[in-house]
Design a protein around this ligand. Structure first.
Ligand code: MN
Length: 321
């Protein structure tokens, strides 16, 4: 998915100054962002008070939307740099095309993992015909400096490892959880896991005290460390936990996001992650001139133009909290 926010505000993220060393329960409200005419997403990251969780730098939750009589998701070709995109669906399907030639339908509980490396472009659309409901999350992972210029590539994994406990199935989307490791390539120590909880479940999920974590609520009524978390909101949990108490009042769907605190300071603007304002300016120019991000074939429609750059300099900086 593209950041279609008309006011693309630069966001400076990363660095130890943002990380909370001890366990906290910080409820993050979503910002509602329109995608096209009919779709609205709830943006959890970056958030006013919180920019990253480990290397996770962007989280949108959307749906469930009834798109039976609508085109559904139609995101024209747009570029990415310095990040990975993770597509995760609970309902519906998304047809992914990219400039490396990928053409892949992503279905519920399958990993669509696109590593932009230095440059990629892609489009995402609801196929025709498509299921009535569309419900999912779009997430970005910042690439560390040592790997941010890798060759762009796309991975699709329909068969992901799970960790189970009575009433809980945790599907490991990216990284590792309790010894189970996703086949998707990760470039920093992290985890993204889908937590399916049956009504009445009370359990504890093992965590690593040196990582920071957050939980995104997708559906149902769940309590995370005693805090009721409504669908479309996210609870930031800080570091220093060996496990996480979960309780489900109804069948519930959550996403656990976590990882080693991301030490590098990054500059994030529109669909790009860089290390300086200059890199962002060059990336924007490369997209607008059509010289850098390749071509997406087969999408019925034009490319997405980049928004105007803000008049202020884009600089990475340290502590903002
Ligand atoms: Mn995208």
């Amino acid at each position: 998915m593209s950041n279609l926010d008309r006011q693309a505000v630069p966001s400076v993220c990363g660095g130890r100054g943002f990380v909370v060393a001890e366990p906290v329960r910080e409820l993050l409200s979503p910002r509602r962002v329109s995608l096209g005419e009919s779709t609205e997403v709830r943006r959890l990251l970056p958030n006013l008070g919180r920019r990253m969780v480990g290397a996770w730098a962007f989280v949108d939750h959307y749906g469930p939307d009834d798109i039976a009589d609508e085109p559904g998701m139609q995101v024209p070709p747009h570029p990415h740099m310095g990040l990975q995109t993770v597509s995760w669906l609970h309902e519906g399907e998304v047809l992914h095309r990219d400039s490396t030639g990928s053409l892949q339908t992503i279905r519920p509980r399958e990993l669509g993992l696109m590593t932009s490396g230095r440059a990629i472009s892609h489009s995402e659309e609801s196929p025709r015909p498509h299921a009535r409901l569309l419900h999912g999350a779009q997430l970005w992972v910042a690439l560390p400096d040592a790997h941010r210029h890798v060759d762009p590539h796309f991975q699709h994994h329909a068969d992901l490892p799970t960790v189970t406990a009575p009433g809980l199935t945790a599907t490991v989307i990216l990284g590792d959880l309790d010894g189970a490791e996703s086949p998707g390539t990760a470039y920093t120590p992290l985890v993204g896991a889908d937590l399916a909880l049956a009504r009445g479940t009370e359990t504890r999920l093992p965590l690593r005290p040196d990582w920071e974590y957050a939980v995104l609520a997708m559906s149902g009524e769940a309590h995370v460390d005693g805090v009721p978390v409504l669908p479309g909101s996210m609870l930031y949990l800080g570091c220093g936990r060996t496990d996480l108490p979960l309780r489900a009042e109804s069948d519930a769907g959550l996403m656990l996001l976590g990882g080693e605190p991301f030490e590098e300071e990054i500059v994030m603007w529109w669909n790009f992650v860089g290390r300086s304002g200059e890199e962002i300016v060059q990336a924007r120019e490369g997209w607008m001139k059509g010289t850098r991000f390749g071509e997406v074939h087969g999408y019925d429609g034009g490319r997405l133009p980049a928004p105007e750059l803000p008049p202020v300099a884009l600089k990475p900086r340290g502590r903002v909290r």
